[in-house]
Every structure is written in structure tokens, then in C-alpha cells.
Design a protein around this ligand. Structure first.
Ligand code: ZN
Length: 311
């Protein structure tokens, strides 16, 4: 039975103000808004999905914008602390100018494992990286009036998890999720998934004395790995369970099917399927234009719409 993991499927984070989040990701960074829906566990709040034009797995960056009153999270161990996006070679000068124009906080370009990148803080203080990846990335960037394909964000490059000790997490990556340790420098260990050319990197950073992070506004909620279909997912579920980890049954998330388990380092992991995908309830051309609700909430649409912030 095929249990292959194909890099990242999506990454989900918590934000404060919904409109500020929407404006930053669609207007400043030029991502496509691919789905406007609600948190299925709390339908009075939004769930936003950003991605590339095709809304492909490996490009899907999602948010629970919990509103202005959300408590601020704290970066620390047991968390995904950096989220990396792939940008075209030669595009960093464009991004430096653009971030300046929009008053975005960033660091000057730096280099990690031979790849040049910019660290950028989103409006909630979440750390993003725009990386020129050494691996070829043929994904099509979303484009806007002022962000052309030669500059646009293509999707994830990878994520960094900060941990007190990397060993147990490294074993999950290598033994269950098909990753291989490829490089290390000081306390950063780079794992790469060989089944995908893109969204394939997980860096583990080991900081023994660091205190545990607090997951709230401006932090990552969970990291989802990609599998092709339900059969691959259920086979992987058995493998994960046989390691003695607690894993949920399959949950229908409307656009994919999910399993969740907490890895031993404290980060919430998800396994998500490619099927059925983001065009299951609206055509590709108009993704993200109208509020989509799962069938169980459709009868409450007017109530739900009345409490959600206008974008
Ligand atoms: Zn998820």
C-alpha cells in the first residue's frame, strides 16, 4: 500500500484582524484568495485560504483570523516558527522595494544552506521567509496588477520547527513521513522530502533551553503534510498509530480529508489528501469570491454572514 508523503499540503496560522490579514496577503504579497469559508469548529469566525492561481497543495497558506482581541502568541519551542515561500531567482530586489513601500518589517537578505532569503514579518508578527530555492520550482505564481510572474510567490518552500530536542521529531519525519536529513549547520537540521520538488523542506532547529511557544495570534497552528488520496492516508494512519502515537480518525474538511496528531516535539501535524480539492464547490476562475459554507451550516448562512467582518 502506497503511503507516500509528498511534501507540505498546507500550513495554518492564527491572525487577529481579518481585513488586515486579507489585505496583506492578497494586496502586498499578491497571493490568490482561494477560499473564503468559516472555521468548521467555530462557524462565527472565518477560515481564509491563500494559494497560487491553481490552488495547488503545497501553496495553501490558511488563517483563522480571530479578530482584533486575539491574544498575541509567543514564538518558542514546539512550534513552526518560520514559514518559507519560494520566489523566483532575481526577485528579492523587487520585494525589498515593495516591502519598503508598504511599511512592512523585514531583514536584509541573508543566506541559509546556499539559498538567499528575506525574513518578513506579517501584520501579526508571524515570521515569513521569501526564499530563492536551489531546487527548481516550476509552479506558476499568482500575479496581480503590480506583481508579475517573474516576482510572484510560487507557494511554500518549507517550514522551520523550533524544538528543545530534535531527535524524536526527526524520527517522525524520516520513519513515517519519508523525509531525509540532507544538511546541518550548527543547530539547524534540514530534512527534505524526495517525493516532491517543491514545498519539500522541513528545518528542525534545536534550542535546548528555550521556553515553549504559545500558539495564539501571529503563530502557526499546525503543519499539514500531503498525501495523494484516502487510501494513502489510511495506510499512513496505520503506520503512525503503530508507532504508539494518538491520531484522530479521518475528518472531512470539505476541500481535503484530514488526520491530526501531535508530534513528540509539540507541533500539531496533519495529514491531508489532494482530494477533493478547492474546486469542489466553485469553479477555478471564481475561487474565493463568495463565502462558502459546508452543508451543515448552509441553513444558518444569513446569521453567519451577519457576524463576519466585511472585507
Ligand atoms: Zn489543516
Amino acid at each position: 500500500m502506497e503511503t507516500q508523503v509528498i511534501g507540505l499540503h498546507h500550513v495554518t496560522a492564527i491572525a487577529g484582524d481579518a481585513k488586515r490579514n486579507y489585505d496583506f496577503y492578497t494586496k502586498v504579497l499578491g497571493m490568490r484568495f482561494v477560499k473564503k469559508t468559516v472555521n468548521f469548529d467555530d462557524p462565527q469566525t472565518y477560515h481564509f485560504y491563500y494559494g497560487n492561481y491553481q490552488a495547488e497543495p503545497g501553496t495553501i497558506w490558511t488563517f483563522f483570523p480571530w479578530g482584533k482581541a486575539v491574544p498575541q502568541g509567543r514564538r518558542g519551542t514546539g512550534q513552526a516558527t518560520e514559514v518559507g515561500f519560494s520566489v523566483p531567482e532575481g526577485s528579492l530586489d523587487f520585494w525589498l522595494k515593495r516591502l519598503d513601500q508598504h511599511g512592512v518589517i523585514y531583514n536584509k537578505p541573508a543566506n541559509k544552506f546556499g539559498e538567499e532569503y528575506l525574513t518578513v514579518l506579517d501584520p501579526d508578527g508571524l515570521k515569513l521567509e521569501l526564499t530563492v530555492t536551489s531546487q527548481k520550482d516550476n509552479r506558476e505564481a499568482n500575479t496581480t496588477e503590480d506583481i508579475k510572474a517573474e516576482h510572484g510567490i510560487k507557494g511554500f518552500s518549507g517550514v522551520t520547527l523550533t524544538l528543545n530536542s530534535i531527535q524524536a521529531t526527526a524520527e517522525i519525519l524520516t520513519d513515517l513521513l519519508d523525509y531525509k536529513l540532507e544538511m546541518e549547520h550548527v543547530n539547524r537540521y534540514r530534512f527534505v522530502n524526495p517525493n516532491s520538488e517543491t514545498a519539500s523542506v522541513i528545518d528542525l532547529v534545536e534550542v535546548p533551553g528555550e521556553r515553549r511557544g504559545h500558539v495564539a495570534g501571529g503563530s502557526v497552528h499546525h503543519v499539514a503534510f500531503r498525501v495523494k488520496d484516502d487510501a494513502a492516508q489510511l495506510a499512513l494512519r496505520e503506520k503512525i498509530e503503530s508507532k504508539g502515537l494518538n491520531i484522530t480518525p479521518q475528518i472531512d474538511r470539505q476541500y481535503f480529508h484530514s488526520l491530526y496528531f501531535r508530534e513528540p516535539g509539540g507541533v500539531l501535524f496533519e495529514i491531508a489528501t489532494d482530494n477533493p480539492g478547492f474546486t469542489v464547490d466553485e469553479p477555478l476562475e471564481t475561487l474565493g469570491k463568495s463565502l462558502k459554507l459546508p452543508p451543515q451550516y448552509e441553513q444558518h448562512r444569513s446569521e453567519i454572514e451577519s457576524v463576519l467582518v466585511k472585507l
